[in-house]
Design a protein around this ligand. Structure first.
Ligand code: ZN
Length: 343
């Protein structure tokens, strides 16, 4: 099969490679659409240590089953599917407690690190264990189904935070995940959804997709604006989708006493932490990792037109053009959100 292989750091090449062999509990999926994730772009240069070459990346994908393993009975050839990015063990303590995203020895499709190598979906075919598959509902395209993963990441954070319709929320960082957080807060009906970013384009998009207010993070009056919108208290919730000291500080600074800050971004491994502000204002700060069962709900929201994933798809191109588009994303080309590759 043809695959887009990261041969060396910063060197992607279309190559002829052997088809993946499936285990008894896996299916072979003919990939129809695979999105380039920020983690692929960041990982390509070796900076994250999570894309050690050679590796076929790609964990946001969809396709059609063309072969099923010997013990797989619930899936058949021709089924249209998408799949979780995480391959988790079924007998792990965390999985059994309902937290498969935290399970030990979980692998991520399209990732290679010191612990494992698992080829992903930037190829004609990908092997996928049956327990991470989800059926694509009627009316949802392969391209839309390849967008489920980032929406599910946003939904997981929202599920942990549990904002209610009467509450206000700030979303710091209006990139892909932040914009999906905004859309989901709108679905919940949150009264005020305040987007904060450095980029005017992204703030414009945030307003189009459901934010009620938007501010630049550089705005010196930011805190006053947020106080004004929240009865001088601060927001009930903040969602942080960047992961640097300044933005985490901004999120903590602008929630009310007793408010909740949910962290999704992890751009830097360590940050400065406003300890006294958190302790003396009794702020709840929590991390949100990946996805834990949100796929079916997200697929329904897309099918019902309640979450707009099309707005986030900038380009759909052939797999063979992948290397060039990776470079454009790496160069942070303005206005470029999701690029989807089609093998
Ligand atoms: Zn991703």
């Amino acid at each position: 099969m043809k695959a887009l292989v990261l041969e060396k750091y910063n060197q992607l090449k279309i190559k002829e490679v052997e088809n993946p062999k499936i285990a008894d509990d896996e299916v072979l999926v003919k990939v129809k659409a695979a999105g380039i994730c920020g983690s692929d772009v960041h990982g390509m240069d070796g900076s994250t240590g999570r894309r050690i070459p050679p590796i076929i990346m790609g964990h946001e994908a969809s396709g059609e089953i063309v072969e099923v393993g010997s013990v797989v009975s619930e899936w058949k050839v021709g089924d249209k599917v998408t799949f979780d990015s995480t391959i988790y063990p079924l007998d792990d303590w965390f999985t059994l407690k309902g937290h498969y995203n935290l399970s030990d020895n979980r692998q991520v499709l399209g990732v290679s690190c010191d612990d494992f190598v698992r080829n992903g979906a930037f190829a004609e075919f990908v092997a996928v264990p049956r327990h991470i598959l989800y059926r694509i509902p009627e009316g949802v395209s392969f391209e839309q189904a390849a967008m489920v993963e980032p929406v599910a990441v946003a939904m997981h954070a929202i599920k942990l935070a549990g904002p209610e319709a009467s509450e206000t929320a700030i979303v710091v960082g209006a990139g892909m995940i932040g914009l999906f957080v905004i859309q989901l807060l709108k679905v919940i009906g949150c009264k005020k959804i305040i987007a904060v970013d450095i980029d005017n384009e992204k703030l414009k998009m945030a307003l189009e997709l459901g934010a009620t207010h938007s501010f630049k993070s550089s705005d010196s009056g930011l805190k006053d604006h947020i106080l004004e919108l929240t009865n001088q208290r601060g927001a009930d919730h903040a969602f942080e989708a960047v992961g640097i000291s300044e933005t985490v500080g901004l999120a903590i600074d602008n929630v009310r006493k007793g408010g909740t800050v949910t962290l999704l971004g992890n751009l830097t491994p360590e940050i400065q932490f406003p300890l006294q502000s958190v302790v003396t204002r009794q702020i709840k700060v929590q991390g949100s990792c990946a996805i834990c069962g949100e796929y079916p709900a997200v697929l329904d929201l897309i099918a019902d037109g309640k979450v707009n994933v099309d707005a986030m798809i900038s380009k759909v191109v052939q797999l063979a053009e992948g290397a060039g588009w990776f470079q454009r994303l790496y160069n942070k080309e303005k206005g470029l959100f999701k690029v989807i590759l089609k093998p």
